[in-house]
Design a protein around this ligand. Structure first.
Ligand SMILES: Cc1cc2nc3c(=O)[nH]c(=O)nc-3n(C[C@H](O)[C@H](O)[C@H](O)COP(=O)(O)OP(=O)(O)OC[C@H]3O[C@@H](n4cnc5c(N)ncnc54)[C@H](O)[C@@H]3O)c2cc1C
Length: 568
């Protein structure tokens, strides 16, 4: 510990980043005076648990209050002051201006840490001030929503199908409300790739939730009995409650006014969380960070990065010479959607395209554990790797079980700048109830290495129209599988018969490339190897019909319609 420890550390915001910082500061320095100023009534509450209270899985609102000022005083000797809003900052005088129920006061500091989080975005739509419209950011919001539910609300409309919107919709549906989820983007959970997002949409529908995508709200018309949410496509939805969940923005106005440098509203910080003002640090949702994959600057509103940054900033205040820098968040995130888990880490296609990075995309559908062990089910994986060297750039997974573990492993690999082939070598725990001797993550490595060294050539489901126009599609699934739907003009040769029927394939191809497909990409990869070694221009459909159906969406009904196979 340095001898120049500040005597007074003032923290603004008493939840994720702020409280992590205050608690760590105390553990490092018994002599510091640590004051936490919180605008709201509660500190250290479980924001992430709010939807589960609305849905009834967390029974009592008190269970959301992880700590109280009294307990924090007793355990850590923190001076926690709810109902204290910082409205101004004088960096020269090292003072904050604080608004309380008793009026304004000034509090001096030696070190000031800003962790004010983010506010819900409120678009300028008529009717959003209706008392039936709520956001879900605080314990009070959750309690108010639960009251509406318990008070007999029957119909809910959730505006915005990001993580919180999806969680809120599921919670309200679980409480028996007829729930409609409205999303302006082309699909729910916009950061997910479309070929995975459709699984989430199907699951939400299975839960009884009506999903409107590519549609926004135009206005809310308040009424005596209920409100009406009018959508941009003219749909009118009667609602007893409306959850507004269309995004967040850094809650930094008071600090911007005081001269803290910001970028599109988010506080600019250096590698130790220092702002542009001396003696002032910032962490969490309110700060801007650099995407380690794309280099793009953006705020990340996630609890893990805020908590870790809070702790590291306390280190930097009290042990500046040994403090580790605050890592740039990858944006690893996870959400439960009914019986599914959707998880992601690193960059998605949109981010990579935006950054001009060339990459290859792998689709895999491996089982989460040994296929012969009861309960085996597929994890649907999308992994992006850099074209030039296989550097892992991003990964997403959706599945009933095991998606969380695979994304956490892949997040670790991306953090350590692993290349896809490195995944082959990972020594992962295995026994039949938990994994496979070649774990899903090892398989990503094997497929990726094959793609990069040319052993495996892939075609992408998004190119299906070009493929249909210029290639022979060779479907190597079983007769029973193709009976459920096959691309028009495709030749069906089960992969087990391919070696003996190469002449037939050559004749049908008539000089065209052969584009092979199966259900998941495993059998078509084997077929591709047979064809390539026999001199064909061949490629295997990445992710098979599982991915193709997702990419085609409604078109799958016609393009992959059941067909009567005409023998050649
Ligand atoms: C419903 C919900 C579910 C979520 N689920 C997840 C999840 O599952 N996983 C995940 O990673 N993240 C989740 N998050 C996001 C996560 O909670 C945030 O990323 C995290 O809390 C950010 O920490 P923070 O310290 O920056 O801000 P916060 O934890 O939001 O704390 C900021 C605090 O500062 C106070 N404040 C603001 N301005 C002032 C001021 N001027 N003076 C005094 N006090 C002020 C606010 O009242 C607030 O209490 C969820 C968020 C919500 C709302």
């Amino acid at each position: 510990m340095t001898t120049s420890s500040p005597t007074r550390i003032v923290v603004v915001g008493g939840v994720a980043g702020g409280m992590s910082c205050a608690a760590r500061a105390r553990r490092l320095d018994e002599s510091a005076e640590i004051i936490v100023l919180e605008r709201g009534e509660h500190v250290s509450f479980a924001n992430c648990g709010l939807p589960y209270y609305v849905g009834g899985e967390i029974a009592e609102a008190d269970d959301l209050l992880v700590q109280t000022p009294e307990r924090l005083r007793a355990a850590l000797d923190l001076d926690v002051r709810p109902g204290h809003e910082v409205v101004g900052l004088d960096a020269e005088a090292r003072e904050v201006r604080v608004r309380t129920a008793r009026g304004e006061e000034r509090i001096g500091y030696d070190a000031l840490v800003l962790s004010p989080g983010a506010r819900a975005v409120r678009p300028p739509l008529p009717g959003l001030d209706s008392p039936r419209v709520r956001t879900l950011r605080t314990v009070d919001d959750a309690v108010a929503l639960r009251r509406q539910v318990d008070g007999g609300a029957r119909r809910a409309v959730v505006l915005g199908a990001g993580f919180i919107g999806v969680e809120a919709a599921e919670a309200l549906a679980a409480q028996g409300l007829a729930t409609t989820l409205v999303e302006l983007a082309p699909h729910v959970l916009p950061p997910l790739e479309p070929e995975l997002a459709w699984l989430a949409t199907e699951e939400l529908r299975r839960l009884g939730i009506t999903v409107h995508a590519v549609t926004g709200a135009q206005e809310v018309v308040p009424g005596a009995e209920h409100d009406v949410v009018v959508l941009t496509d003219g749909t009118r939805l009667e609602a007893d409650l409306v959850v507004l969940s269309v995004g967040v923005r850094p809650d930094t106005a008071a600090f911007e006014r005081a001269g803290v440098a910001t970028e599109r509203g988010a506080v600019v910080v250096d590698e130790h969380g220092r702002t542009s003002l001396p003696g002032v640090w910032a962490v969490g949702d309110a700060t801007v960070s650099t995407d380690p994959v794309t280099g793009v600057r953006r705020p990340v509103a996630l609890a893990g990065p805020a908590n870790r940054a809070g702790r590291l900033v306390a280190d930097h205040i009290l042990r500046p010479h040994t403090a580790r820098p605050v890592p740039q968040p990858l944006g690893t995130a996870i959400v439960r959607v009914g019986g599914l888990t959707a998880a992601m880490t690193g960059a998605n296609r949109a981010a990579l395209d935006g950054a001009g990075i060339t990459y290859r995309t792998l689709h895999l559908h491996p089982n989460q554990h040994a296929g012969y062990f009861p309960g085996a089910d597929q994890i649907h994986l999308v992994v992006h790797v850099r074209e030039e060297d296989g550097l892992l750039l991003g990964a997403q997974a959706v599945g009933t079980d095991g998606a969380d573990k695979r994304i956490d492993v892949l997040a670790t690999a991306i953090r350590h700048r692993a290349e896809v082939a490195d995944l082959i070598d990972l020594d992962l725990a295995y026994s039949p109830p938990y994994g496979q001797a070649k774990d899903a993550v090892n398989l990503v490595g094997m497929v990726g290495a094959n793609v990069l060294d040319g052993t495996l050539r892939l075609w992408d489901a998004r190119d299906v129209d070009d493929v249909l126009a210029g290639s022979l599609v060779l479907d190597v699934r079983s007769a029973g599988e193709v009976a459920t739907g096959m691309l028009p003009g495709a030749l069906h040769v089960p992969h087990t018969e391919l070696r003996g029927r190469l002449d037939e394939v050559r004749e049908a191809a008539a000089g065209r490339p052969v584009r092979v497909m199966c259900a998941s990409g495993v059998r078509s990869a084997i077929a591709h190897r047979v064809l390539a070694q026999a001199g064909f221009d061949s490629a295997s459909l990445s992710g098979g019909t599982l991915t193709l159906r997702a990419v085609l969406g409604e078109r799958a009904r016609t393009l992959l319609a059941p067909r009567v196979h005409q023998p050649a």
